[in-house]
Design a protein around this ligand. Sequence first.
Ligand code: SF4
Length: 596
Amino acid sequence: MAKITICNMIATKRRSASDLFLENGIGILKSHLEARGHRVEPLDLATSSFYKKISPALISRLVRSIYEIILWNKDGNKHQQSTKVLFGLALMLQKLNTAIRKNLMRKQLALIADRIVNSGDKIFGIKVWYGESFQWADKLAQMIQKRSSSILVIAGGYHPSLYESDFMQHSHFDLAVTGEGEHPLEQILNLIDDPSIHGHKEQLLQEIRQRILEGRLTNTMVRDARHDLKVLHTRVYPKILEKAIPRFDLAQNNKMRVHIVVDSLGCAWGKCHFCVHSKFFSQMVPRDPVKIVDEIQTMTEQGIGLFRFSGSDTFPGFGVLIAKEILRRRLDVRYTIGARATKNAADPAIFEQTVSHYEQMIRSGMLSVFMGGETGNDWVNEHVMNKGITSEDIRWTIRAMRKAEQQAGQKLYISLAFIYPTPTLGNVELEQVFQDNLDLVRETKPDSVMVTPPSPFKQSTWYKNRRKFGFVLNDTFVQDLMKYEYVLYKPVELWPDIGIRLDHMDFKTMMIECGRLRRAIEQEGIETDVSDEHFLMLVASGYSGKANGFKRQSMLDIISGDYRWSETIERQLNRFSKDLAKKNRMTSIRTGKPFQ
Ligand code: SF4
């Protein structure tokens, strides 16, 4: 049967402390395809050992030390002159660091390309992410194609799913799968095994084109044989959620023992103007809570006790069903979720129900929640965001969470997300939006607020109606956005220009405005840009400092490429995850009761 190696591509620098969570997408593919007789070799580059291979240790350490002194000077508001000199030196060393890292990355990818070509495999897959990672994925695809004309190089993941034909037009992949990759990939591997095709690449591509045109192969993109710019593709949306459970090789895996559980696909609301989620899944498809907890339990047997639910809106009415099943089986795990505010949460009956649901979720191990609030201004939330909730809903949902936390006697970390600055359609003063955001934060006191600048992603309503919303985009915006490398922690003022204007603001002004809100929130004593995942890491690693200290250390690691601090956090988190998992070993999946 056919064998495929699937590489999880990275940027040359880490982007977040949570980059090393277990790679569930490739894990699911592996389980699914191997159950059908194919062989899958994961090649995950997002490991601490690989980052080490491409990070020059000495320069990275030096850069980190210099930034530590700069921050120390800044805290004490002193040595202005020496800070400037140090900053210049740090930037110079960082440039050198980047050049070396890229060179080392190129060499590593060349080794991978040689290995794949020598393996005799007929197909090679890459999971593609945004920004620099996309560029390296494309580079690796070209390296393999240059060395061999018989290997089919295929892309998958979020990037081709979002950018569709643009992805094919601006990359060199032979093929790409969109959405859930298990089924198209299974068909393609079956074709490779087909004796009439003999695994011959051109014949294979021809057969794939034919099947796409006949509607027999969906969620697969390929260029037309006669016309390179024409991309053949039919997208269908999964309605039934049946996912294989991944099996991880933790022994030789320098990853963090946090498993991403697919609890649902899509979003029950699905109408936010800035969001592209509904373009991936036409409706919300929740998974059976029993199966979700089966998966959680299977993971504990693999030594994993920490989880992140992947659903965009694990709303309390659904989350409580999972929580009840976890409690019924007496599992001891910790997890984080993403959820939208509850509509009409101020209504006493809905409020009490929300409290009760969240209380059970906290008791079952929910440790933090990510909530997209978008803005505290109701006019903007309705007409610009189309979020379907009001600032009152956000206020009362957070109150419900706080009450649930008290009743459960356990801390729940709340990370609230805003988009700022935002389109206003000339109906509201931006300053008003700023103040409303701040009022909402003052009143609700989340544990962290994530403030991101606006971006009209391809396929979003903002993008389609960009003029109406006040966006002016360069002609190459989509293409540039595909390669755009942003790091959430990085001060927004340092983000590179991408050719976007909003109303009277150019890119730089937008970023300055975004940074202004971040700072105003911090002055209220509330942390910014610490996500639910970071809270999970913070607690699981036993980090004794405050969230801003955690954020600062992560940022220093990311900027410098010296990951020693992150590695310590990872070791501590892995110990915690493993110990937690061990506590559950004596429980049977079938009966949910402890073994006698
Ligand atoms: S932003 Fe969240 S709530 Fe809105 S459509 Fe997207 S996933 Fe759904």
